[in-house]
Design a protein around this ligand. Structure first.
Ligand code: NAP
Length: 298
């Protein structure tokens, strides 16, 4: 807690965002609004960190008393060996997006799956026995299949690299999925049939950031479907526009961004984050400044 008055002060402790690039991130706006709201003597700063500098920057932050950090592209995997302890969640998802300096040293954690799981489960009411299909097999897709597995869904992974889709289906099973399947995303017949069995359809690729369409079956949803695009800028991708036009429920990825931020905030502060403050700050930073958030998941 800090006293009312000028802030930051000489006693304010930093929380950092490490990525390359980070200039477009909305995380400073979100976290500083929440620190201000809860009068915490912390400040969140985005530190553009080249891959070759990651080791030195992490050690310097520990030396100056940083409370924690977010880690984003391209460091989510390369930061792992710099951590003294990895959480079970970071091990499961295979990436670190949150660092916490505590009595045990530097702990690496991951809040992406928890953030998305909160949105899908608590806000959208997704859970077993719903079927869910995820397009993509990258880092965000890994978090998505863990979140869906944990919710007890029947999870299908569609990717253009069938071996990677198989691996993610295995991850969903490990996380608790009721059933799993893996498909080649270029096989229109199989993908259309799987979408027909699903309630939730998730885009976990960057397709749509520059107006690209997804494979054709993803543009043929109906009123029974919930479309979730992990992309949040632009807020309406061709996938979401087609889903909405067909009567499906459609959501962009800002909820996931806020969800992972809320979970990281809890790890750094031990306090329940003011979620409406995080959401409003993210929306204002993004939609008042349309280039914000265009390059970074965090
Ligand atoms: P990533 O690790 O680079 O993975 C991208 C995935 O998309 C890969 O599986 C890639 O396939 C697939 N892909 C790309 N182009 C494709 C195409 N033409 N056809 C089929 N698949 C294609 O990226 P990421 O970190 O997972 O991020 C994915 C998206 O999620 C980005 O738009 C990012 O901004 C968003 N995101 C949002 C949040 C949030 O909080 N809302 C958080 C993280 C990420 P290959 O592996 O075969 O190349």
């Amino acid at each position: 807690m800090r006293r009312p008055g000028p802030w930051p002060t000489a006693a304010t402790r930093p929380v950092a965002l490490l990525g390359w690039p980070v200039a477009h991130s909305v995380s400073p706006a979100m976290h500083n609004a929440a620190f201000r709201e809860q009068q915490l003597d912390l400040v969140y700063v985005a530190l553009p960190t080249r891959p070759a500098d990651l080791h030195r920057v992490v050690h310097a932050l520990g030396a100056v008393g940083a409370v924690g950090a977010n880690v984003t592209v391209p460091h989510k995997e390369t930061v792992r060996p710099l951590c003294d302890v990895l959480s079970d969640e970071a091990e499961l998802v295979g990436a670190v997006n949150t660092l916490v300096w505590d009595a045990d040293g530097l702990r690496g954690d991951n809040t992406d799956a928890a953030g998305l799981g909160h949105v899908l489960g608590e806000e959208l009411g997704i859970g077993g026995p719903d079927g869910a299909i995820v397009l993509g097999t990258g880092g965000a897709a890994r978090a998505a299949v863990v979140a869906l597995g944990r919710l007890g869904c029947a999870v299908t992974v569609a990717g253009r690299r069938p071996d990677a889709a198989e691996e993610l289906a295995g991850l969903a099973e490990l996380a608790g999925a009721a059933e799993v399947d893996a498909l080649d995303s270029r096989d229109e017949g199989d993908v259309a049939a799987a979408i027909g069995r699903c309630r939730l359809v998730v885009n976990a690729t960057p397709l749509g950031m520059a107006g690209e369409e997804l494979p054709a079956p993803f543009h043929r949803l109906g009123p029974v479907h919930v479309a979730y695009d992990l992309i949040y800028n632009p807020p309406e991708t061709p996938f979401l526009a087609a889903a909405r036009a067909a009567g499906a429920e459609a959501h962009h990825g800002l909820g996931m961004l806020v969800g992972q931020a809320a979970a990281s905030y809890r790890l750094w502060t031990g306090q329940e984050p003011p979620r409406p403050v995080l959401s409003a700050a993210a929306a204002a930073a993004l939609f008042d400044r349309p280039d914000a958030g265009s390059r970074s998941g965090t």
